[in-house]
Write a protein that binds this ligand. Structure first.
Ligand code: ATP
Ligand code: ZN
Length: 284
């Protein structure tokens, strides 16, 4: 049995629960105020926590693994191991200045006041760059501090950048890219390691499937070679003759992020009746 810590409420909470569900892990009925619950069909117990507490729980071994943002783990300084990035909760941590202030490089921050909730990450970064600045740690609404003359710059989480723009700020340096990842306690029994491997295998199958589409298309035989060259596939595409002479059906798997580009190329190469479907699980 392993203990997995996930965020109780917030940006990572529903994506974490959905991921477990996609992995075929079903939970005992969870009331909204529950701190703990066990799975019905997998040896895992869930702990619902504030995301800031997860690194410490995993470091202390109260939880064996946790799903938490890389930024939160770095800020905590916890000695835990990142075992699998998950592809959701993506954001970056950046320095931003009022938009009318000239910026010529990181040394412009020398002697300035920087407001942040992430003082450890910022301190480490400034030290590495040899910059002396005054760090003002505040717990929220960092983006309003330059407007009320509490700070000259901020260091904060950015995802789309619209919060910065609406507060009259511009992003000048990205210090860190972050996403939700699975982190593990440093010393685990072999039995726990095996259960965690099993869970990570399921997660990878689900996530790889999400990044791919299954595609079927009809091609006149004389254009088969051109079409097959466009399709990357897992190995090579499956080709089957159609009822109509001179035509074949081609089946393959393509990456989601290349989808539109490939579809266009396939049409131009003579493919017809394209059918695209989601893949539920994919094991490479
Ligand atoms: P908690 O109550 O659990 O402490 P929180 O308010 O600290 O929650 P959330 O706002 O739910 O945290 O964010 C959780 C994580 O989501 C962040 O630490 C970060 O890794 C990620 N994230 C992704 N995009 C954003 C964003 N635009 N703003 C804040 N966090 C983001
Ligand atoms: Zn938090």
């Amino acid at each position: 049995m392993i203990t997995l810590a996930i965020q109780k409420k917030g940006r990572l909470a529903s994506a974490s629960m959905e991921l477990l569900n996609d992995c075929g892990i079903h939970l005992h009925n969870t009331g909204s105020d529950k701190l703990k619950t066990a799975a019905v069909n997998f040896p895992v117990e869930l702990l619902f926590l504030r995301d800031d507490d997860i690194p410490r729980y995993v470091e202390d071994g109260i939880a064996d693994i946790g799903i938490v943002g890389d930024n939160v783990v770095l800020e905590s300084g916890a000695g835990i191991e990142r075992i699998l990035p998950l592809g959701f909760g993506k954001c970056r941590m950046s320095l931003a200045l009022p938009k009318y202030v000239d910026y010529n490089g990181i040394h412009d921050l020398d002697g300035k006041r920087i407001a942040t909730s992430y003082d450890h990450i910022l301190k480490k970064f400034l030290k590495a760059k040899g910059i002396r600045a005054e760090i003002h740690k505040i717990s929220g609404s960092v983006e309003i501090t330059p407007g009320i003359d509490m700070a000259d710059a901020i260091f904060d989480i950015v995802s789309t950048g619209s919060t910065l723009i609406s507060n009259g700020l511009k992003e000048v340096e990205t210090i860190l890219e972050s996403e939700a990842s699975v982190y593990a306690h440093r010393e685990l029994s072999d039995e726990k390691k095996a259960t965690i491997n099993d869970l990570c295998f399921r997660i990878q199958s689900v996530n790889t499937a999400k990044d791919h589409k299954y595609i079927l298309l009809n091609v006149p035989n004389e254009k088969l070679e051109t079409v097959c060259r466009i399709l990357p596939g897992m190995k090579s595409p499956t080709i089957m003759p159609l009822g109509e002479a001179g035509w074949s059906s081609v089946h393959s798997v393509i990456q989601e992020d290349r989808f539109w580009e490939l579809i266009q190329q396939l049409k131009e190469a003579g493919a017809e009746s394209l059918l695209v479907t989601d893949i539920e699980k994919m094991i490479l």
